[in-house]
Design a protein around this ligand. Structure first.
Ligand SMILES: [Zn+2]
Ligand SMILES: [Zn+2]
Length: 270
């Protein structure tokens, strides 16, 4: 049983951090730059948690930021909890709503042949099948090499982790469930338990305030495990640049929770 839970924890972190710093902070926001080996390692983690084509994920996420909490936002819970959670994915008849044009909005990712292949010409069904098949091969191989306990741990962790971004999308846009670290016109809030469970992604209001930053946890108590991994990558020479917050000394504003916090200057881009 120890082997099972150890494997589950490792897979859970790989998948979760893969979504956070692979799909989200790297591909969707370019909040840092890294070596390809670092990129693909984390993207694979997210892919094994059924996040689908990286181009599809990025197109949807960029539309979420652009149209946040309006009708054009793919998954605003303001238009129904089910739509916020998974109704924007199922039932599915086509890959994209009319206002989302991945070839225009994700030109950067189309330059990568692997991501173009995983996108399967915009066919949601084909891209999903490819994702499920890859995960099946991975879990089967893991079982054969390391035993059924490890294989089962990887499979269960992937099913659990698949839910986490859907829960973030929903709960972090319900104002009653969290606090605002920064004033914003959208409904985004920081939800502490998702900050932990989603390895930093639950500090969602911070992220909407500064989407270009590689770091989302901005107060001392906002644990951002994914940011630590990016920093570790920098130490190891695998991350070559990251957009860090610049804390302005002695400048404080009050959050909704009346906690004094440092003002964060605009992200520094290369
Ligand atoms: Zn959001
Ligand atoms: Zn984002």
């Amino acid at each position: 049983m120890t082997a099972f839970w150890l494997a589950f924890s490792i897979f859970f972190l790989w998948y979760g951090i893969g979504i956070a710093i692979g799909y989200h902070r790297l591909l969707s926001h370019h909040s840092y730059k890294c070596k390809k080996i670092f990129e693909y390692f984390w993207i694979l983690g997210g892919y094994l948690a059924y996040q689908g084509s990286p181009i599809w994920w990025t197109a949807m996420h960029r539309a979420h930021h652009k149209h946040v909490d309006t009708e054009l936002d793919p998954h605003s819970p303001g238009f129904g909890l089910w739509r916020g959670y998974a109704g924007w994915i199922w039932p599915h008849t086509r890959a994209y709503p009319d206002h989302i044009k991945p070839r225009l909005q994700c030109k950067d990712l189309y330059r990568n042949k692997l991501y173009e292949f995983l996108e399967q010409d915009g066919s949601f069904n084909r891209a999903t099948t490819l994702n499920l098949l890859t995960a099946f091969i991975f879990h089967s191989t893991t079982s054969l090499i390391f035993g059924w306990q490890v294989g089962l741990a990887g499979l269960l962790a992937s099913i659990v982790m698949f839910q986490i971004p859907l829960i973030v999308n929903t709960c972090c846009h319900i104002p009653q469930l969290g606090y605002k670290g920064f004033p914003s016109t959208d409904d985004s809030v920081n939800v502490w338990w998702l900050g932990i469970l989603a390895v930093g992604e639950g500090w969602h209001n911070n992220h909407h305030a500064f989407p270009g930053l590689a770091r989302t946890g901005l107060r001392p108590y906002e644990l951002d495990l994914s940011w630590m991994v990016i920093r570790a990558g920098k130490v190891l020479g695998l991350v070559t640049h990251m957009n860090e917050p610049v804390m302005i000394k002695d400048s404080c504003i009050n959050s909704a929770a009346s906690v004094p916090i440092p003002v964060v200057a605009e992200a520094v881009r290369r």
